[in-house]
Write a protein that binds this ligand. Structure first.
Ligand SMILES: [Zn+2]
Length: 350
């Protein structure tokens, strides 16, 4: 079935759910946070419900077979805001290691200031090793600007890492800069920079800080990418338009935008910065979402920053990633990168 036909049906048979699908409330509510974002706290919905997907599934429109007879898919992603520590972080972490009496770690940290071999943020190999143990792949979204807002990568230093990630079969996507997400010219030049290193077309994107204006962001990104995976709340886990499947965005008047959205469900910093949830509570939230998504054979998109893998600073959240993969696996999930998920999905719905 083509996605367009699903939307026509939804609009005719359940206009209230169609309004949720298109994000109607974001057009009629004008408060935004300091980064210009529509947040869960601005929404009138229960943001952890996927009511639109439930309706479509009940109508038999989403009864798909995931690979390996999985009950849900989990798209694994990492935004790479930093691939090297900045000096204040490095000094803070050296101090912390010393305070804890971990002297060899402290000296490795000090070395990490000078060489990426000891830098905890140049950790792509480590992440790939963890995922490989669970038969999983993921997508790394790279910020390509040398200096961005709360982030930046020296891209000339990263050629080996990018090649390593791609040779292993993991995916590279673009993490558009804080000031670029809304500017087609800047998006084009960042994509070009990234493709110069990857040597092939970059298919996916996520905006730094999850900055997003509906529907303009989709319109802008659709000119460059096959899929986006920005659409989620920064301040709460859940489903921003009641959909827990990849979907084609649509305006309230029924105009479909030619890009697939792989909606973001769970972000590490949401727990750490916004929900103030310790690992125990965070895990309960993930379990709740998994139960909902399983019922409709949906998708959870997980964002774990590469920086969060630094156990010295992020402790329980660093260890949580492995526990999450173990949990997903035990629930019979298909763990994939966004690109793999995209390829599988468009075979069915395009
Ligand atoms: Zn970012």
């Amino acid at each position: 079935m083509k996605w367009e036909n699903i939307l026509i049906m939804l609009k005719e048979e359940a206009p209230e759910l169609f309004a949720t699908y298109v994000g109607q409330e974001e057009y009629s509510w004008h408060f935004r946070d300091k980064h210009g974002r529509f947040l869960a706290r601005h929404s009138r919905r229960r943001v952890y419900e996927c009511e639109v997907s439930e309706r479509l599934f009940d109508k038999g429109l989403l009864d798909i077979e995931w690979p390996r007879r999985a009950r849900l898919a989990v798209a694994l992603t990492h935004d790479v805001d930093y691939s090297r520590m900045e000096m204040p972080y490095a000094l803070r972490s050296v101090r912390k290691a010393l305070y804890q009496g971990r002297f060899s770690l402290a000296s490795r940290r000090t070395a990490g200031i000078f060489t990426k071999n000891h830098d905890p943020f140049t950790n792509f190999k480590q992440i790939i090793n963890i995922e490989a143990q669970y038969d999983a792949k993921s997508t790394f979204f790279f910020l390509v600007n040398r200096k961005d807002f709360a982030g930046g990568n020296n891209f000339e230093e990263l050629t080996d890492e990018i090649n390593f990630i791609m040779d292993k079969g993991w995916e590279i996507g673009l993490h558009t800069g804080y000031f670029s997400y809304d500017d087609p010219r800047k998006i084009a030049s960042e994509k070009k920079m990234l493709e110069k290193v990857t040597g092939c077309k970059v298919r996916g994107v996520r905006n730094h800080f999850l900055r997003f204006s509906i529907p303009r962001t989709w319109e802008n990104l659709s000119a460059f990418f096959d899929y986006d995976s920005t659409f989620g709340y920064a301040d709460h886990v859940g489903f921003r338009n009641g959909v827990c499947h990849p979907f084609k965005p649509c305006t309230p008047d029924g105009r479909i935008i030619d890009i697939w959205e792989i909606p973001l469900t769970v972000m590490d910093t949401t727990f750490i910065k916004y929900m103030d949830a310790d690992a125990r509570e965070a895990f309960e939230w993930v379990k709740l979402l998994v139960r909902k998504v399983e019922k409709v054979k949906g998708v959870i998109t997980l964002l774990w920053h590469n920086t969060t893998f630094d156990e010295l600073v992020y402790g329980e959240y660093a260890r949580m990633y492995r526990a999450l993969l173990r949990y997903f696996k035990a629930r019979g999930a298909w763990l994939s990168s966004c690109g793999e998920l995209y390829d599988y999905w468009v075979e069915i719905f395009e």
